[in-house]
Design a protein around this ligand. Structure first.
Ligand SMILES: *Cc1c(COP(=O)(O)O)cnc(C)c1O
Length: 371
């Protein structure tokens, strides 16, 4: 089978050694496994610049990233609470949907998809809606690739003493983040994004004193964040079958992140990928959807070329046949596709992708208006 490179926001390309870490069967009560869980939980806190000693906890949750978001929303809010969801893309909308499905009181402050969440608008919304108790926001909105201003939004939450919940799914591990400095109370990410593990679980980093107040609140048995934490604390084990092999792969992925030079070095590699992608695609005549000032270095949305010869499905398939997997768009206002820079992808791979894009455009006779 041909080796394929994933230029997607997850699951993404992983190293051979990460995959090899999954080759041995592993019992869920094996001390090696229990130690791996402990190491991962502590390591994740360190990546966020916090620790158990200064009052933070780390909870692993089976399933994809959405499961962990749902466990937070479903466990943290009590019946009298009211969640404010800050939305500027599909992942913000997903949190709204979770709150609706669970019957949790919420309000929504929406922004355009190509604009960041405004801390000023958030401030005035909270001021005029004193019933708000928690605020949820996406960091890297994978819909477009923009970064929301977490530090400023965190400061607004602190000013009004609101719990701040952050979906840092596609950025954690690939963007330096100081959880305490940003006033983040709950941070969620998953195994198959910037830490470059395989799918299987997600994790929640949070303030212990807040989590301690969540006993018995969950609307779900399996997605009870508090009970999951208690289970892990009492005997180091998951309450229900853990994703053993995915955990072993993740421990290896965390070691490799450290070997690379930590989050800062990984961020530099992703930025180097992004620079080559930007320059290469621009030279082919592609335009980006977002203004560069709000664009993050995780994933980029490119507008379809104007030429009617361009057909995304054929473009996608021909790139796929050459071993390059890109990602369709999810925009409501424009036709675009997305290319991610995260995972085991290096500048040479991005150059090869740009070359393949060039070949496919020629084969398809798509004419680009190069500026
Ligand atoms: C990937 C992602 C998620 C989680 O998606 P799953 O498919 O459940 O893993 C949530 N939020 C953002 C911003 C993401 O990029």
């Amino acid at each position: 089978m041909m080796k394929k490179l994933l230029f997607t926001p997850g699951p993404l390309s992983t190293s051979k050694t990460v995959k090899q870490a999954m080759m041995e069967d592993m019992g869920s009560r094996d001390q090696v496994f229990i130690d791996a869980v402990k190491e991962i939980r502590e390591g994740l806190l360190a990546l966020a610049g916090v620790s158990k000693e200064n009052g933070y906890e780390s909870v692993l949750m089976q399933g994809s990233g959405t499961f962990a978001i749902e466990s937070v929303v479903g466990t943290v809010l009590c019946n009298e609470d009211n969640l404010l969801v800050l939305v500027n893309g599909a992942y913000g909308e997903r949190i709204v949907k979770i709150a609706s499905v669970l019957g949790i009181s919420h309000k929504v402050l929406r922004f355009e998809e190509d604009e960041i969440v405004s801390p000023e608008a958030t401030d005035s919304f909270i001021k005029s809606n004193p019933d708000i108790t928690q605020v949820a926001c996406i960091h890297s909105e994978t819909t477009t690739g923009l970064f929301n201003p977490l530090t400023e939004i965190g400061a607004v939450c602190k000013k009004y003493n609101k719990t701040f919940i952050v979906d840092a799914m596609s950025s954690f591990g690939g963007v330096e983040m100081d959880m305490q400095g940003m006033n983040i109370d709950y941070l969620v990410s998953s195994s198959n994004k910037c830490i470059e593990g395989v799918p299987g679980f997600a994790f929640v980093l949070c303030k212990r004193n807040l989590l301690e107040g969540c006993r018995g609140r969950a609307r779900s048995l399996s997605l009870d964040l508090y009970a999951q934490w208690q289970g892990l604390e009492s005997n180091g084990q998951f309450r229900f079958t853990p994703p053993t092999l995915s955990i072993m792969a993740f421990r290896q992925a965390m070691l490799e992140l450290e070997e690379e030079g930590g989050v800062r070095a990984r961020e530099e590699r992703y930025k180097a990928n992004k620079k080559i992608l930007d320059e290469g695609m621009r030279s082919l005549g592609f335009r980006q959807y977002l203004k560069p000032t709000i664009q993050g270095h995780i994933i980029t949305s490119f507008l379809y070329p104007d030429d009617p010869h361009f057909n995304f499905d054929r473009f996608y398939k021909k790139l796929n046949d050459r071993g390059f997997i890109i990602y369709p768009g999810k925009l409501s206002k424009a036709n675009a596709f997305r290319i991610g820079n995260i995972g085991q992808i290096f500048p040479d791979d991005v150059e090869a992708l740009v070359e393949a894009v060039k070949e496919v455009l020629e084969e398809e006779h798509v004419s680009m208006s190069v500026a």
